[in-house]
Design a protein around this ligand. Structure first.
Ligand SMILES: [Zn+2]
Length: 273
């Protein structure tokens, strides 16, 4: 079984525009392997033998909660097809400045969703800012998992202050019972070698989505090779990486005895599936 804990797709009417905007923002450094639609995502998953994928939504404004939550519920209820209901695990998104933040987090938990996704750059906050810690306390109390963009973002090349290893560590030192998956191998890209390693003692998980694989290959390889099996979760950031390529990379680096845990076992445990 293969579970991808970090992927994206968009409602059909906006998928083309959303993808074009992101590709433009990354000034040619990022090319997509899919068209950004749900159907295309499911087709790629089926083709490459991926059983389930966490759909990471991102509310870039507080008002986006409702529409994203409705889409997540539609997937959960089968309104967007039986394939989506079976294969997609929606992670809704709240904006830290949402005036109804806590009520919306309750709503997410009550609806049976397993986690929430954050992207500090797109949502304009810092993980080490004490004003967001009550939100993460609440998330932890609700038993929700956090999947968070970490480290360098190609769309924000001049910034490294929001969600690098240092900021993650500050957050996890203050919100001790939080289940936190740090995307992109703990945000290692753009930081000194071994910068992510202190997160091991803080209970942090990392995902294997490594968009900058070719640029920071040594450090990403080292992390994937050396972190304990029970702390690594397979992820792709699809549609920015081919499933076949992401699967091959993890299989090449990790011992076959680790595959069950990394590809699905750890995700099943954290997500309760
Ligand atoms: Zn992503």
């Amino acid at each position: 079984m293969i579970i991808d804990v970090h992927s994206h797709n968009f409602p059909d009417p906006i998928a083309g525009r959303a993808m074009a905007g992101m590709i433009r923002a990354c000034s040619g450094f990022l090319t997509s392997v899919g068209d950004g639609t749900l159907t295309n995502h499911l087709d790629h998953m089926e083709h490459d033998g991926v059983d389930k994928a966490v759909l990471c939504q991102i509310a870039t404004k507080p008002t986006q909660f409702e529409i994203l939550f409705r889409t997540a519920c539609a997937i959960r209820d089968g309104a967007l097809g039986a394939r989506a209901q079976r294969m997609i695990v929606p992670f809704p998104s709240v904006h830290p400045k949402d005036p109804e933040l806590f009520a919306h987090l309750d709503q997410i938990a009550e609806a049976g969703f397993r986690g929430v996704k954050f992207h500090p750059y797109y949502q304009d906050f810092l993980l080490d800012d004490p004003s967001v810690w009550p939100m993460f306390e609440k998330i932890a109390d609700l038993g929700l998992v956090v999947e968070c963009h970490c480290g360098y973002d190609i769309g924000y090349p001049d910034r490294s202050d929001a969600c690098g290893p240092k900021e993650i560590a500050v957050l996890l030192r203050h919100v001790k019972h939080l289940t936190f998956i740090a995307a992109h191998l703990g945000g290692c890209a753009g930081f000194a070698p071994h910068a992510t390693d202190p997160l091991l003692d803080l209970g942090c998980y990392i995902d294997t989505s490594a968009l900058a694989r070719n640029w920071y290959r040594d450090e990403e390889m080292r992390l994937l090779r050396s972190w304990p099996t029970d702390r690594i979760l397979f992820a792709t950031d699809f549609p920015w990486t081919m499933y076949s390529e992401a699967i091959r990379w993890v299989r090449e680096v990790r011992d076959p005895r680790d595959w069950e845990a990394v590809f699905s076992g750890n995700a099943r445990r954290l997500l309760g599936i």
